[in-house]
Design a binder for this molecule. Structure first.
Ligand code: ZN
Length: 318
């Protein structure tokens, strides 16, 4: 049983920056790199295996297809999860994602809906996100659009490092400037843009908005998730539970010295978001650096984490 270490795929974005390089040591292609897809089998940005040697160079999609035993008895297609680190140097557009049924119907049979969640790794003083809206009904939402008043419908809230947000499909949201997050989500790349601050791209064009789709998929009224937590503290040396939905469970680990934990029968995705340390599995020790991302294959059983580090881990629920 060996952990599968992955190399990320990068996405350049008009709101991206250089923190993925300067803060996380990732080998980004530009100073407008918004996202590192650290665990991804999505065709729009595949992660590739760095180690062990027998799988090196394979995309995660090919690994999932060719080595199913690493992923246990449930083998949904496509690979269900996607993990990203995002550096929002500027505001992201305000957006909403569809659920599975809507995505399949309108975006193609292979595309999943997108339920996501965010662990805030870092946030500048005064940084905010958009999470939810103030319209009770889709008609009221339409009134905001028609009156040119759309920017007032969004609910803005201040955030700081350590906050966790559950963002189910249908939740209007945007990550604001000065925020770095670890995102765990369904493996989907379908975004409906509701509002983009009238920004223009390098060619001087406004980015497309998807108002009709947004009206179709947004939940009215907005509902906060019970999993969202601000100012939480976590017990060290445990697999602290952040959330569970029908798609995935998410955990935070804060290692302070060595601790052993027994993993349930599943496979796990993990990313180091702070510090460094090591992982020992099957008597073999693997060093872990900041931003390292790996999969613990199905049936890893007892593993030991050591060091001074924080990790976000997730496992699929189907
Ligand atoms: Zn999103």
């Amino acid at each position: 049983m060996k952990p599968i270490f992955l190399k990320p795929a990068f996405q350049e974005k008009i709101w991206g920056g250089n923190k993925l390089k300067t803060e996380f040591g990732l080998n980004t292609p530009s100073d407008k790199t918004g996202e590192a897809w650290v665990v991804s089998a999505h065709p729009n940005g595949l992660s590739h295996v760095a180690a062990p040697a027998e799988f090196a160079g394979l995309s995660l999609k090919d690994l999932y297809d060719q080595e199913p035993e690493l992923f246990g008895p449930n083998h949904p297609e496509p690979f269900p999860l996607l993990v990203k680190i995002l550096d929002a140097t500027d505001d992201l557009s305000i957006q909403v994602h569809p659920n599975d049924d809507y995505a399949r119907l309108h975006e193609g049979a292979g595309e999943l809906g997108k339920t996501e969640c965010w662990y805030v790794i870092a946030a500048d003083e005064g940084a905010t996100i958009v999470y939810g809206h103030h319209a009770e009904t889709v008609e009221e939402f339409g009134d905001y659009i028609e009156s040119g008043n759309l920017s007032n419908v969004f609910r803005e809230i201040p955030v700081q490092a350590g906050d966790f947000f559950d963002v189910p499909a249908g939740t209007i949201h945007a990550i604001g400037a000065g925020i770095t997050i670890l995102e765990t989500q369904q493996s989907s790349d379908t975004t409906y843009r509701v509002y983009d601050y009238d920004r223009r791209d390098d060619a001087g064009n406004l980015r497309d908005l998807h108002i009709e789709q947004s009206k179709d998929v947004t939940l009215f009224p907005h509902q906060d998730s019970a999993f969202t937590k601000q100012n939480a503290t976590y017990e060290k040396n445990t697999l602290a539970h952040l959330m569970t939905n029908e798609y995935f469970s998410v955990y935070k680990v804060e290692a302070d010295g060595a601790f052993e934990t027994e993993l349930a029968d599943n496979y796990y995705l993990a990313t180091v978001i702070e510090g460094a340390g090591s992982l020992t599995v099957d008597g073999e020790r693997y060093p872990l650096d900041l931003a390292d991302s790996f999969i613990l294959p199905y049936g890893a059983g007892k593993v030991t984490f050591d060091g001074e580090m924080a990790m976000i881990m997730s496992s699929p629920n189907y």
